[in-house]
Design a protein around this ligand. Structure first.
Ligand code: SF4
Length: 309
C-alpha cells in the first residue's frame, strides 16, 4: 500500500480519493448482498448481542433462527484489527447472515431502532462501516464485491467519489472532525473543483466552502438539466441540499442528473415544465413541498422570452 494519510489516530488509505462508485451508486443503494456471507464481530460485540438476545428475537422472521447458540461460529480467530484482538463470525443460516431478515434488512439494526437503543447500537462495527473497513490498521474501502452487483462496482476517477458517497460510514469510523479533515484533503487533491465553463471562463467552486452547509435544506432549480442550471443543481447537492429541478424536454438528461444527485446521497425529483407558464410554476412549488416537506431555496434559472409587441 502506498503511503497513508494520518487523520487523528487513524491511518487512511489515499485510494479513497482515487476511486469512485459507478454513477447512481453508493451505500444508499445497498442491496445487502454482502450480508450473505455473515460478518466478523469483536468478542465484545458478540457478548453485547447475546446480552440483548430476547429483544433481538422479537425482530427475527421465519427465515432466521431464535436458537442463539446458532448465531455465531464456534471458533474465534485472532485479528489485530478488532479492539480485543479476537473476532468471531456470524453464522450463515438459510444462505444469508443469521441476522438478515427475508426483506433484506438487518434485524440487529431493526431491534436497535425499535427498542430505542440507537440504530447501530447492536450492529457490528464492520457492518456499520461497510464498504469502509480497517485493514492492517489502515482505513480503506472493502472491494469484496467489486464488479458483482452493479452498485458495488468501483471505478477510477470521481464519478461518485467514495469520500462523498460514504460520508456516513467515514464519519462513523473517523468521527465528524476526522471526516471534515478528509473532505478538506480530498478537495485539495484537485484544488478548486471546476464546475462549468462560461465561454472561455472556467467557473470554479471551492468544494470545502460549500460542503455540509446546506444539509436539511430543500432547493428547487428551474431549467436544471443544462448548462449553469445543471451545475447549480450539482453544487447544491454537493453542499448537502436535497434538490428538485425542472426541465423543458429532455427526460433522459433529467434521469441522468437525478442519478448523479442520488449518488451524492441526496433526494431529488425532476419535473417537466414550461417556465413561461405561471400556473405550472405554482404547481411545481406545491409538488416540491408535498414531496420533500419544505422548500428553502429557489433558483430561478430557466429563462422565458415574450415575443411580439
Ligand atoms: S449483522 Fe446485519 S448488517 Fe451485518 S452481515 Fe449480518 S445482517 Fe448484514
Amino acid at each position: 500500500m502506498e503511503k497513508t494519510i494520518r487523520i487523528g489516530k487513524h491511518n487512511v488509505d489515499p485510494v479513497l480519493f482515487e476511486r469512485s462508485f459507478a454513477a447512481g451508486c453508493g451505500p444508499f443503494a445497498c442491496e445487502s448482498t454482502c450480508c450473505s456471507f455473515g460478518v466478523y464481530a469483536d468478542l465484545a460485540e458478540k457478548e453485547k448481542i447475546l446480552a440483548h438476545r430476547e429483544i433481538i428475537k422479537k425482530y427475527l422472521d421465519e427465515t432466521q433462527t431464535t436458537d442463539d447458540t446458532r448465531w455465531f461460529d464456534p471458533e474465534v480467530v485472532d485479528d489485530s484489527d478488532f479492539p480485543s484482538g479476537k473476532a468471531v463470525g456470524t453464522e450463515v443460516f438459510n444462505g444469508k447472515c443469521v441476522f438478515l431478515n427475508k426483506a433484506g434488512r438487518c434485524s440487529l439494526q431493526i431491534a436497535g431502532s425499535e427498542e430505542k437503543l440507537g440504530r447501530w447500537a447492536l450492529k457490528p462495527f464492520y457492518c456499520v462501516a461497510f464498504p469502509i473497513t480497517v485493514d492492517d490498521g489502515v482505513v480503506t474501502f472493502d472491494d469484496l464485491l467489486d464488479k458483482k452487483p452493479a452498485c458495488c462496482s468501483f471505478v477510477d476517477g470521481r464519478e461518485s467519489s467514495i469520500v462523498t458517497a460514504c460520508k456516513e460510514e467515514l464519519e462513523f469510523v473517523l468521527g465528524s472532525a476526522g471526516y471534515d479533515e478528509l473532505v478538506e484533503l480530498h478537495s485539495g487533491t484537485d484544488g478548486n473543483k471546476s464546475l462549468f465553463h462560461l465561454g472561455k471562463i472556467e467557473i470554479k467552486v471551492k468544494t470545502r466552502m460549500i460542503t455540509t452547509q446546506l444539509e436539511h435544506n430543500v432547493a428547487l432549480v428551474t431549467g436544471g438539466t443544462r448548462g449553469i442550471g445543471r451545475a447549480i443543481v450539482l453544487a447544491l447537492a454537493e453542499a448537502g441540499a436535497d434538490v428538485a429541478f425542472t426541465y423543458r424536454s429532455s427526460k433522459e438528461a433529467a434521469e441522468t442528473l437525478k442519478a448523479e444527485v442520488r449518488a451524492m446521497g441526496r433526494r431529488t425529483a425532476g419535473y417537466q415544465s414550461d417556465a413561461a407558464d405561471s400556473a405550472q410554476a405554482i404547481d411545481i412549488v406545491q409538488k416540491v413541498v408535498q414531496e420533500f416537506g419544505r422548500l428553502d431555496i429557489l433558483v430561478n434559472n430557466a429563462g422565458s422570452q415574450k415575443t411580439g409587441s
